[in-house]
Design a binder for this molecule. Structure first.
Ligand SMILES: C[S@@+](CC[C@H](N)C(=O)[O-])C[C@H]1O[C@@H](n2cnc3c(N)ncnc32)[C@H](O)[C@@H]1O
Length: 219
């Protein structure tokens, strides 16, 4: 079983310090929501983000959306060989049941995440998604993997297919991919840094490379 963690993801509600900013207030009004209940989104809240620390990398639910669509629709997931988790910049972890169908539509995905932040689980009853306060280190401790790998552009260079073979040779490997657009991980991560290519890649490209090359050896 491969455990895939999208880590330090830029997924959060509009922080308290900017809920009075017109960009957030007007956006919330348009969507009939309270300002403190809307997901921070750089596409709509650009001017408010300038007031935040790390504002240039925050408010990127789209990265999590595309990574989840790719991972959960993969053959490895359909074959029961994958578990996917999202860890956020504020140390929340989202546990995702493998049978979850993530909405293809971005606006519907945003609505789903907002109700997850509000209620802790969605949908009520089925609990396909569950959110808990947890650091990345605590999540890794809980999973007890027999290998931890951190995808990093400055890591040890390995061809994707070779990396897939390494993963397939383990019982319960865990791979960490950064769910942010710029810069480095905020969390301390115990694990071997691996680079799959000589230049920076998008998080969802790395997710796809990992899964497809793992599948190559295990299916
Ligand atoms: C868009 S990148 C993060 C930002 C990147 N440091 C930059 O400034 O362009 C998202 C994630 O993809 C993974 N990644 C990006 N390039 C990679 C590479 N060449 N090899 C392995 N993983 C990579 C890392 O996990 C990284 O955190």
């Amino acid at each position: 079983m491969l455990h895939l963690v999208i880590a330090d993801s830029e997924l959060e509600l509009a922080p308290k310090s900017i809920v009075d900013h017109p960009a957030i207030v007007n956006y919330a009004k348009r969507r009939n929501k309270k300002p403190e209940e809307v997901l921070l989104d750089s596409t709509y809240h650009h001017s408010a983000l300038k007031k935040l620390e790390d504002g240039e990398r925050r408010g990127r639910p789209d990265i999590v959306h595309v990574c989840l669509l790719n991972a959960l629709e993969s053959i490895a997931n359909k074959e029961g060989k994958l578990r996917v988790y999202v860890h956020t910049r504020n140390d929340e972890v989202i546990y995702i049941k493998p049978e979850t169908r993530i909405p293809r539509n971005y606006n519907r995905f945003v609505g789903l995440m907002e109700s997850l932040f509000k209620n802790g689980v969605v949908p009520e009853g089925l609990e396909l998604l569950r959110m808990e306060e947890k650091s990345l280190a605590e999540l890794i401790d809980e999973i007890k993997p027999d290998g931890v790998f951190v995808m990093h552009e400055n890591g040890e260079s390995m061809k994707p297919q070779e990396f897939g073979k390494v993963l397939a040779g383990l019982q319960s490997p865990l791979v960490v991919v950064g769910g942010f657009p710029h810069g480095d991980f905020r969390s301390e991560i115990p694990g071997k840094k691996i680079s799959l290519y000589k230049a920076p890649l998008m998080a969802w490209t790395v997710v796809n490379e990992i899964i497809i090359n793992f599948e190559h050896w295990v299916l």
